[in-house]
Design a protein around this ligand. Structure first.
Ligand code: A2P
Length: 270
């Protein structure tokens, strides 16, 4: 029997039924955070706010983790925003990627942080901590968000100011994009706070809702289930605490098959 050709040897390394995409750019923000962009497979469809399973071959084995797609549905590239965990099975390798490298992606995106899971409203809150901003990076760059809502409020809370940079870059990018800036106009408000450093806005978002400082800072009325809708993405504890506050304000949790007043991403822990 002939030895397998080199190309066949290489081909067996990529598991069946997954996309193998090429890294286009990588930007490191802090020792803990980076973003990367990669090619988008022809025929890969997703709704802004969904997540996909992203992976790398580590030795002979693929390792996958759930990653929110940070780019909007119309973008011809895919963007992801990631933490770096020194001993993380995937991120310890993923943080080393360079343009030209291959990243794996399972074929089916999914998720509940989608506009379809919310009933119509006027004001959309997106509550995020840390890398939980990623699905909202997608949604704030999607024109459909502004067709459905008169006002969009993105809250982002991190420990340090340096960790907020990705969010500020996103808002700047929207302003500098002729197509998006016209659609977004002044509908988008970005409320960035930190918890472990001095800054203009400090405190956990849960505290800032409870003591009403967030509403005062933004110049908006208290939460009202008749007009306000919410999406939440962050750590398990943050999801739980923020959900409770929305429920106390009279909002009910929705899902893809049962749209309601707010949604949470349970599969994503960032
Ligand atoms: P804090 O510094 O007070 O813990 P983490 O990196 O631990 O996920 O935290 C990201 C941000 O989310 C931090 O600013 C952190 O505040 C905040 N945070 C952590 N737990 C909660 C919670 N249960 N509710 C609201 N915010 C939280």
């Amino acid at each position: 029997m002939n030895a397998p050709a080199k190309t066949e040897e290489f081909a067996v390394k990529i598991p069946d039924g997954v996309y193998a995409e090429t890294v286009l750019s990588v930007e490191h923000y802090t020792d803990h955070l980076f973003r990367f962009r990669m090619t988008r497979p022809a025929g890969f469809r997703f709704r802004s706010g969904e997540f996909a399973m992203i992976g790398l071959m580590v030795g002979e084995k693929p390792i996958y983790r759930a990653y929110s797609i940070a780019s909007p549905a119309w973008d011809e590239e895919l963007e992801f925003f990631s933490i770096k965990v020194p001993d993380g099975p995937l991120t310890s390798h993923l943080q080393q990627i360079k343009p030209g490298d291959t990243v794996l992606m399972r074929k089916k995106p999914t998720g509940t942080l989608v506009l379809d899971a919310l009933t119509p409203g006027k004001r959309l809150y997106m509550f995020s901590t840390g890398t939980g901003i990623a699905p909202f990076a997608s949604l704030i760059r999607d024109p459909e968000t502004y067709e459905k809502f008169e006002e969009v409020i993105l809250t982002h809370t991190c420990r340090d100011v340096a960790e907020l940079k990705y969010g500020f870059d996103l808002v700047e990018e929207i302003k500098n994009n002729e197509f998006l800036s016209e659609i977004v106009g002044d509908k988008l408000k970005h409320y960035a706070t930190v918890t472990r450093e001095d800054y203009a806005f400090t405190g956990r978002i849960t505290d800032l809702i409870e003591n009403s400082k967030m509403f005062a800072d933004l110049g908006v009325p208290a939460l009202d289930p008749a007009v306000d809708r919410g999406m939440i993405c962050g750590s398990t504890a943050m999801l739980k605490d923020t959900k409770l506050l929305l429920e106390n304000a009279g909002l009910t949790e929705g899902a893809n098959n049962k749209p309601a007043e707010f949604v949470i991403e349970r599969a994503f822990v960032g």
